[in-house]
Design a protein around this ligand. Sequence first.
Ligand SMILES: *Cc1c(COP(=O)(O)O)cnc(C)c1O
Length: 393
Amino acid sequence: MTQDWGKRTKMVHHGARRSQFGEVAEAIYLTQGFVYPDAEAAEARFLKSGADEFIYARYGNPTVAVFEDRIAALEGTEDAFATASGMAAVSGALTAMLRAGDHVVSSRALFGSCLYILEEVLNRYGVEVSFVDGLDLDQWRAAIRPETRVVFMETVSNPTLEVIDLRSVAALAHDVGATVVVDNVFATPVFSRAVELGADVVIYSATKHIDGQGRALGGVICGTREFIRGTIEPYMKHTGGALSPFNAWVMLNGMTTLDLRVRAQAATAQAIAEAFESDPRLARVIYPGLPNHPQHDIAATQMDGFGTVLALDIKAGKEAAFRFLNALQVAVISNNLGDARSIVTHPATTTHQRLPDDQKLALGITPGLIRMSVGLEDVADLIDDIRAALDMI
Ligand SMILES: *Cc1c(COP(=O)(O)O)cnc(C)c1O
């Protein structure tokens, strides 16, 4: 019955499991273990656990299970496994699936830690990874081959907000039987249509919009029941990347307002992008909701909104970008995203500092580029803040 509920109703209610006390807010089960009524019950549970039968919090926990059920219902997958962080989800999903001799094709424009896993970790274990320009379907077509096991991408890239044509790439991957794994942080569970477009496995850093208030780390891997319980759970439960029950509870509370927050943040991001689109001090304003964004049409068909992050490219370069950042009074300088507070980042000197200059430029990370994760403040205050800071450069 709950399948018919809309996303907002699911975000508030789906999968609630109440104890005998009938608590309204989800209970936090801060326990690592569970008592069995007798030795026979312990034996039976290790042989095969039933629904709501738990063994050890590294394997599963009642508070974490509510979070898993709720996010799976939102994403439209059969099941989900919650992890300690977004990176535990990305590295866990890939290492659980892959073995020596497998081939992976990935887009090149990735979050730094994702790039580390794909570029420096997997090949240590005999997995070959080919990188492509995610926007170039010919490159995907040329790289995907019969032994390709996994195709990986961030559906909207960080920090330059390129939008990959997921439906077309998934079709190429499925032709050779490869599994399509997407890091869907920028699309958010609110705007995501990843499963409908062909993603087999959808990953979120819950640290971002799902918490949305900058409090806790978490992540989640969404997929079929067979994949989650057959491939992911055995690997995750023995390698230790479980989500803490307390953090699961933080995420559940974040989810009750997720839809409202993300829609408000996206509306403000659109307003800011439009306000500064033709500012002469900016080389470009990047936001998928602007009609001049190169993948605006793809973004409009594959997401239910354009996201909460935009980028401003200050023409005068790094010193001017730093003066701009230092002059902001409302937005804070940090590196999280999806938070209620607007956050500005200078990728070239922080999140993407490690990349050689030529790679930075190839990814569009210019010395003047500023990523802005738009928060929940009044839109007029944010626009005034940006205008005043631009006047300081
Ligand atoms: C933040 C982020 C991650 C990692 O998530 P953590 O919760 O910080 O481990 C992975 N991918 C993308 C796109 C991110 O923005």
